[in-house]
Design a protein around this ligand. Structure first.
Ligand SMILES: N[C@@H](CCC(=O)N[C@@H](CS)C(=O)NCC(=O)O)C(=O)O
Length: 232
């Protein structure tokens, strides 16, 4: 049976990880990104007003059984449950869940630093010092802790590809887009796992916009990317 239909905005943010999980599940899935039009099958205002989303937010996953799953972590765990992506035993499960939760923490840091591409320039300016601290200290601290946990030959777990690891990858990918590609250089085991994960066919397919959900644009931007994006 198919996994279902994944629905999100046309940006990475909380969609990238779930598209990667859906693609890596090996199950058939469909998906689409919403738009701002007032009506129509892809209209977010219409979907939101319909009450179809359990929390009035995206992402959401419509399952073949008719359940709509809301909340990213629940969707990730639902996919993992359906496709046996929790790893090979109790220890893998624990590490996978730790990676998943850490991915959420990284997302909160990026969100709290007002790095979303649509934020007004003044809002970003007010956070400039906090962003410098994030990149100089907070992100490296998180990466160092991840490096200590990334101690198995293939990653954190025996497979290196559990749901939590793939979820973490998506958040690290978005963090590195802001902090710079070199941000992983001080954590070589993490970097090796990150690079291997990035090269997985399912991951590359999503990153290149070839998966069922289509193209997901960069959402968190450093100043250089923000200037380029908003000048375009
Ligand atoms: N805790 C939720 C947060 C979801 C969330 O914040 N969704 C935002 C976009 S990332 C949203 O749907 N915003 C549009 C709205 O509320 O109308 C999750 O992890 O899924």
């Amino acid at each position: 049976m198919s996994l279902g239909e994944l629905i999100y905005f046309p940006v990475q943010a909380k969609g990238l990880q779930l598209a990667i999980l859906a693609e890596a599940s090996g199950l058939e899935w469909t998906g689409f990104t919403v738009d701002k039009s007032p009506a129509g099958p892809k209209s977010w205002p219409a979907i939101k007003a319909s009450g179809a989303s359990p929390f009035g937010q995206l992402p959401m996953l419509r399952t073949p059984g008719g359940r709509v799953v809301g909340q990213s972590v629940a969707i990730a765990n639902y996919i993992a449950h359906r496709a046996s992506m929790h790893g090979a035993g109790d220890d893998d499960f624990a590490l996978s869940q730790m990676c998943l939760a850490e991915g959420e923490d990284l997302y909160s840091l990026l969100l709290g630093a007002e790095l979303a591409r649509w934020k007004p320039r003044e809002v970003r300016a007010a956070k400039a010092a906090a962003v410098r601290g994030l990149i100089a200290t907070t992100v490296p601290d998180h990466l160092a802790k991840l490096e200590a946990l990334c101690a198995a030959p293939l990653g954190f777990t025996s497979t290196g590809q559990t749901a939590g690891e793939l979820y973490l990858f998506g958040m690290l990918y978005q963090t590195a887009a802001v902090a710079g590609a070199a941000s992983l250089d001080a954590t070589p085991r993490l970097k090796a796992w990150f690079d291997r994960t990035k090269a997985l066919p399912a991951v590359a397919k999503v990153l290149e916009g070839r998966s069922a959900i289509g193209s997901l644009g960069q959402y968190f931007m450093n100043d250089a990317d923000y200037d380029r994006f908003n000048a375009a």
